[in-house]
Design a binder for this molecule. Sequence first.
Ligand SMILES: *[C@@H]1O[C@H](CO)[C@@H](O)[C@H](O)[C@H]1NC(C)=O
Ligand SMILES: *[C@@H]1O[C@H](CO)[C@@H](O)[C@H](O)[C@H]1NC(C)=O
Ligand SMILES: *[C@@H]1O[C@H](CO)[C@@H](O)[C@H](O)[C@H]1NC(C)=O
Length: 438
Amino acid sequence: MHAHLHSFALIILLLSTFSVNSNATKGFSIDLVHRDSPLSPFYNSSMTHSERVQNAALRSMSRANRFGQSSSMAETSELVETDIIPNDADYLMKISVGTPPVERWAVADTGSDLIWFQCSPCPRCYPQKAKLFDPKSSSTYKSLSCRSNQCKSLPNDTVKGQSYPNCGTSNECMYFYSYDDRSYTIGELGIETLSFGQAASFPKRVFGCGHKNNLAFYQNTEGVVGLGQGPLSLVSQMGNVGRKFSYCLAPISQQQTTSTKLRFGEEATISGNEVVSTPLIPRSDSPTYYYLNLEGITVGQQTVPLTSQGNGNIVIDSGSTLTMLPTRFYKRVEALVRYAIGADQLIVENSYSKLCYTNANSIRNVPTFVVHFTGANLSLNRQNIFSFISEDVMCLAMLPTDGESSYGNVAHIDFEVEYDLDQKKASFAPVDCTKQYQ
Ligand SMILES: *[C@@H]1O[C@H](CO)[C@@H](O)[C@H](O)[C@H]1NC(C)=O
Ligand SMILES: *[C@@H]1O[C@H](CO)[C@@H](O)[C@H](O)[C@H]1NC(C)=O
Ligand SMILES: *[C@@H]1O[C@H](CO)[C@@H](O)[C@H](O)[C@H]1NC(C)=O
């Protein structure tokens, strides 16, 4: 999910006014659960594997489209209009809010900043199974004034003639926060204790208490945790823990049975001689997203350079499944993969991938595939390049786009991926996430 944020001057939140609790931790880890895992509240046991893969592909396409331009796949534009598009959030996390703590399932979203939950009273909520969060039954809830800096750091927007943020009847900060798929939340900005079981507790953190919400989401997700770079995101509000997080995504076949970890602070640091790093490129036109610089891709012996470089030309996006590449560049990369594998097992009948192979386990000549980010060459495996859509059919996990390029989560599998906001770099190390991150 990507927030639709207008460019705004960076407003420095006074993080020093926050205090981490006394038994303060310098780092901690929580479970990150794939939406299709039986551990997830979204789990639908009657869905087949290929339906899951297909839905994930649709989510990636709709996400790329929502950057504002259309994907080159003609059918996509029709698909994104239908109700069957589930939310494009692939990973969920548990977070508690308030005192006593109320546990919530929330979408972990590197593509937005605001942390919010559905709150009562809720004249326009989407359905959720758990009881709504009631700020009145929390002893630590405080509403923020519309004159606070936190309120002013919200994106400015106008809905039905009403401009946001604005002052409510008691000068509380009324916010509107929207996402490009027309999902939104309207509510009151407040401060609360956010906690993660016994692992960590953060008093006085800014969050949105949503009273009118619409998510193009399945039921059961009770809010969103923004992990973007903006001042209101969870990472930006971590205080002493530091503005750093990492994850390691298990192979798709293992995601059914394994949850992996989302690590914060010192625990997020990845190490070893295989670690490579690339700069996070700041872009004032979208302060939320994590932009990297992609220089090219090598398939086998041949390197395809990417001409538009330098200003952050690709979003690293844990919330999107597939990697979306500029159309002309994609075509050259695809042609090299196609040539290396040969035509014997090629099938093209799938609507959501341009390059699929049958009897795929027998394919031995998957070419070496190296992604060149500035300063960081990543060597991808078969499981990063292809997704199995059934037992024996695999499809290229990449698509062309005329919108924004993104480096999706299939390509992250079995890499530790660290985002360090203070040092402005993303780091990667190839590991076995199933072993490493139990
Ligand atoms: C929104 O507009 C107000 C008034 O023009 C301005 O002070 C504030 O900085 C703007 N907020 C952002 C995030 O751009
Ligand atoms: C679960 O998946 C099946 C098969 O695709 C579908 O018919 C059904 O509507 C889904 N149920 C929910 C609650 O989404
Ligand atoms: C990445 O690969 C390219 C092409 O093989 C090479 O020229 C470059 O030195 C490598 N960069 C790093 C940081 O290893």
